[in-house]
Design a protein around this ligand. Structure first.
Ligand SMILES: CC(C)(COP(=O)(O)OP(=O)(O)OC[C@H]1O[C@@H](n2cnc3c(N)ncnc32)[C@H](O)[C@@H]1OP(=O)(O)O)[C@@H](O)C(=O)NCCC(=O)NCCS
Length: 182
């Protein structure tokens, strides 16, 4: 059974492992190999540790009945103010072995709920234009709202933004979509 909760300091190694594994499984051909080779789980763990220490409620994690971490995501106030969306999904990664089983949708909805609790009623995110995962965001009701080059170190990579203007409505619609399938 899938459960979701806020991340804890003791989760950072699991999060960093999925972070690096998922980048290496997803981004070959989209990001330079050197960048993917250089990914360091220890460094990622330190970054996640800082994030979770300062913002414990803004990182959510999905785990199963054996306490295996299946995926994680993070959110907060939109980093840019150019788009009329209050919140932003910063990361959403489901481990390669656990994709396509509904974990990503549940995590995204948990992050939406978190943002609503924090007073953010709309949200957006950036995804690489070449990443087929962007069709997931369309499936869960995201509207394509902007295009730009994302800075990845010295590189510019085409990216697209998806937005949800009303998070409460998005949660409601996804609940209805799920109940039709069940
Ligand atoms: C994108 C990601 C978070 C989605 O999570 P997931 O657990 O695999 O997706 P779910 O099983 O919850 O899928 C929900 C719905 O989206 C659909 N979907 C998922 N991935 C899809 C894709 N690549 N293309 C089209 N539809 C997709 C599913 O079929 C499902 O449809 P349904 O409404 O018929 O049930 C996950 O696959 C992932 O981490 N991918 C690699 C990393 C990545 O690119 N992350 C995003 C960075 S911005």
């Amino acid at each position: 059974m899938l459960s979701i909760r806020s991340a804890r300091a003791s989760d950072v190694q699991s999060i960093a492992q999925i972070d690096v594994e998922t980048w290496r499984a997803t981004y070959p051909g989209m990001l330079p190999d050197d960048l993917l080779t250089a990914l360091d789980p220890g460094q990622r763990a330190r970054q996640w540790s800082r994030f979770i220490t300062h913002r414990p409620d803004d990182a959510m994690l999905a785990f199963d009945e054996r306490e295996r971490v299946l995926g994680f995501g993070s959110c907060g106030i939109q980093r840019e103010t150019t788009l009329p969306y209050a919140g932003e999904i910063f990361t959403l990664y489901v481990g390669p072995d656990f994709q396509g089983q509904g974990v990503g949708r549940q995590l995204l909805l948990a992050l939406f709920q978190r943002m609503i609790r924090g007073g953010l009623s709309s949200a957006m995110l950036w995804v690489l234009a070449a990443n087929p995962s962007r069709f997931f965001y369309e499936r869960v009701g995201g509207r394509r709202i902007a295009d730009r080059q994302l800075d990845m170190g010295p590189f510019g990579v085409p990216a697209v933004a998806y937005g949800w203007p009303d998070l409460a409505d998005a949660i409601h619609r996804q609940a209805r979509a799920r109940s039709r399938i069940d």
